[in-house]
Design a protein around this ligand. Structure first.
Ligand SMILES: Nc1nc2c(ncn2[C@@H]2O[C@H](COP(=O)(O)OP(=O)(O)OP(=O)(O)O)[C@@H](O)[C@H]2O)c(=O)[nH]1
Ligand SMILES: [Zn+2]
Length: 358
């Protein structure tokens, strides 16, 4: 018997809707609680949530550490929201921009009773929507408004950590200054998240290790020519080297700001202007220093028919990740270009804290 066509949204489709809901400031139902992202919460919605009962603010352990809030749930803290707390109070806890101006936000009391899983799922959802990792949780009203997205907390965690499958969408010839024989391929994920690109140069032999680069999007470096990082010159040099050798593949992965998105990266830059380094800035925002999903590169290389690479990188984590996901790294080819007075400290921090090879 044939299974009837499922017209309703699958869990993965509901997860993707939930991301859009949070970005609009709409609550989602997570395992019997309402969850909203603090970043997009309005005064009106907060007032409506207040009437429902006690509110809990979920923050990551990194953010909690800066705020000196006790962490009882390993990777996160559930802060009790006082009766009199307004939107300004919530925002100040979510966003480190004003930490140095107004350092005392506490004392904060955190919960150790009850279940942390819905809070953890709400935080992962906010991160995957590229919002600040801060979520407000409230009890469900007696009558739920129609149209809210419902998800199970365990399901959110499972889906977000699951490996994404990609399908080729379209491809065409794009001659470039660096390499005339270029072809751009677009890959679309099966779960409604970001598309990623592959630039194939020449006709690389699938049976031999291909000269390859996994480049993470950097609007400031790639497009604006920002001197704060080395991304623009790395992109250019990689394409030129592939052009000169006559073959190669560059994956352009839309994981801006090491996966935190451009808005959060600019928050991190603002913190760097206050004196924090690139890793500290991510932590103060509540993120890991690197939030990229390194499995994506391996999946797309395989789709293109490659199983072995000569990888242009200074980042040993990229080499390890490809190896552990079925791609042989026959050689690591260093890519040292674009050092400037503006990015010397940034590159030194990556070497000291993230294991990059100078
Ligand atoms: N969060 C954050 N992201 C940054 C900052 N500076 C650059 N980035 C991002 O860092 C990423 C750099 O990517 P890549 O150059 O591919 O990777 P890498 O880990 O430096 O490794 P290799 O360049 O291969 O040696 C891009 O997504 C940039 O947008 C920063 O200060 N904070
Ligand atoms: Zn950059």
């Amino acid at each position: 018997m044939k299974t009837p066509l499922a017209l309703g949204p699958s869990p993965a489709e509901r997860l993707n809707r939930a991301r859009a809901d949070l970005r609009m400031g709409l609550p989602v139902v997570v395992s019997g609680q309402l969850a909203v992202a603090v970043e997009t919460l309005s005064v009106e919605r907060l007032a409506a949530l207040r009437g429902l009962g006690p509110l809990t603010l979920a923050l990551t352990a990194w953010r909690a550490e800066t705020l000196k809030a006790r962490v009882y749930d390993n990777d996160l803290a559930r802060v009790v929201v006082p009766e009199e707390a307004d939107l300004g109070w919530l925002r100040a806890l979510a966003d480190p921009a004003g930490d140095l101006m107004t350092p005392m936000k506490g004392p904060l009391s955190t919960r150790r009773d009850g279940e942390a899983t819905p809070a953890r799922a709400a935080l992962q959802l906010a991160k995957s929507a590229q919002l600040l990792p801060a979520a407000l949780l409230a009890p469900l009203p007696k009558t739920l408004p129609e149209g809210l997205t419902h998800l199970d907390a365990e399901e959110i965690l499972r889906l977000i950590s699951a490996e994404t499958a990609f399908a080729p969408v379209s491809a065409a010839r794009v001659p470039m200054r660096a390499a005339e024989k270029g072809r751009l391929h677009i890959f679309r994920p099966d779960n409604g998240s970001e598309e990623h690109y592959a630039i194939e140069i020449g006709s690389p032999d699938r049976a031999a290790p291909v000269l390859a680069r996994l480049h993470s999007a950097c609007f400031t470096g790639d497009v604006l020519g920002s001197l704060k990082c080395d991304c623009g010159p790395q992109l250019d040099a990689a394409l030129h080297q592939m052009g000169a050798e006559g073959a190669g593949v560059l994956l352009y992965l839309n994981q801006e700001g090491r996966g935190i998105g451009l808005a959060n990266k600019m928050r991190a830059y603002a913190l760097q202007d206050q004196g924090f380094d690139t890793v500290e800035a991510n932590h103060r925002l509540g993120f890991e220093d690197d939030e990229r999903d390194f499995r994506i590169g391996a999946a797309i290389l395989k789709k293109l028919g490659f199983s072995a690479v000569r990888l242009l990188t200074n980042n040993p984590a990229k080499v390890r990740m490809l190896q552990s996901h079925g791609i042989t790294v026959a050689e690591r080819v260093p890519l040292k270009v674009g050092k400037s007075a503006h990015n010397a400290a940034y590159l030194a921090t990556k070497a000291a804290k993230s294991g990059h090879l100078l």
